[in-house]
Design a protein around this ligand. Structure first.
Ligand code: 5GP
Length: 193
C-alpha cells in the first residue's frame, strides 16, 4: 500500500500581491511534488487564460447548481456575481496523482481549507508592500477596468486584516526574496530532506 500523505498548501493574498507568481514558481520545483488546484469560477477568462488550466470557467447557473449538489470544498462570491470555488473532485484528482495540492485562492477560502484540514494544511498569506503599491501593480497588469481595479483595492484592506490568522506571512517586497522564502516554507512543511 502507498504511504503517500497528500498535503494542502494554500497561498492567499489580496489581488495583485504576487501570489500567483509565487505559486507558479513553486510548481516548477519538481522536488516539491505540487499540483495546482484548478478552481471553478463564474467570471470571464482574462487575457490568455485557458479553460481547465487556469480555471474551470463555468456559467453562473452551473456554479450555483454545483453549490446545491455540495460539489465544493469551499466557495466564495469573491466579487459581486464573480463566484470562485474549489471542487472536492479537484483535490481528489490531485491526491490520486500522489501529489500535494497548491491553492491560489482568496483569504476566506484559504482559511476555510485550513479549518477543514488543520493538520494537512500550510496556509500562507502574501503581503504586498502597501495598498498603494497594489493599485500600481493592478494598473500595470492592465487586465481589468478602472472600476474593477477599485473594487479589488477596496477589498484589499479587509483582506490584509486577516493575515494574522494564517500559519505564515511572506512579505512580497522584493520578489526574489519572497520566492526563496516560499520555497523554504513549503520544503520544511513537507519535511523534505
Ligand atoms: P482572479 O479573478 O484575479 O483570478 O481571482 C480573484 C480572487 O479569487 C483571487 O484572490 C483568487 O485567489 C481568488 N480565488 C481563485 N480561486 C478561488 C477559489 O477556488 N476559492 C476562493 N475562495 N477564491 C478563489
Amino acid at each position: 500500500m502507498s504511504d503517500f500523505k497528500g498535503k494542502l498548501i494554500v497561498f492567499s493574498a489580496p489581488s495583485g500581491s504576487g501570489k500567483t507568481t509565487i505559486v507558479r514558481h513553486l510548481l516548477k520545483q519538481e522536488k516539491l511534488n505540487l499540483e495546482f488546484s484548478i478552481s471553478a469560477t463564474s467570471r470571464e477568462p482574462r487575457g490568455l487564460e485557458k479553460h481547465r488550466e487556469d480555471y474551470y470557467f463555468i456559467s453562473l447557473r452551473e456554479f450555483k447548481d454545483k453549490i446545491k449538489t455540495d460539489a465544493f470544498l469551499e466557495w466564495e462570491e469573491v466579487y459581486r456575481d464573480n463566484f470562485y470555488g474549489t471542487l472536492k473532485s479537484e483535490v481528489e484528482r490531485i491526491w490520486k496523482l500522489k501529489k500535494h495540492v497548491i491553492f491560489d485562492i482568496d483569504v476566506v477560502g484559504g482559511l476555510r481549507i485550513k479549518k477543514k484540514y488543520p493538520e494537512k494544511t500550510l496556509a500562507v498569506f502574501v503581503k504586498p508592500p502597501s495598498v498603494d503599491e497594489l493599485k500600481i501593480r493592478l494598473k500595470k497588469r492592465s487586465t481589468e477596468s478602472e472600476d474593477k481595479i477599485n473594487m479589488r483595492v477596496a477589498k484589499a484592506s479587509v483582506e490584509l486584516a486577516t493575515a494574522p490568522q494564517f500559519d505564515k506571512i511572506i512579505k512580497n517586497y522584493e520578489l526574489k526574496v519572497a520566492l526563496k522564502e516560499a520555497e523554504v516554507l513549503v520544503h520544511d512543511f513537507l519535511e523534505l530532506k
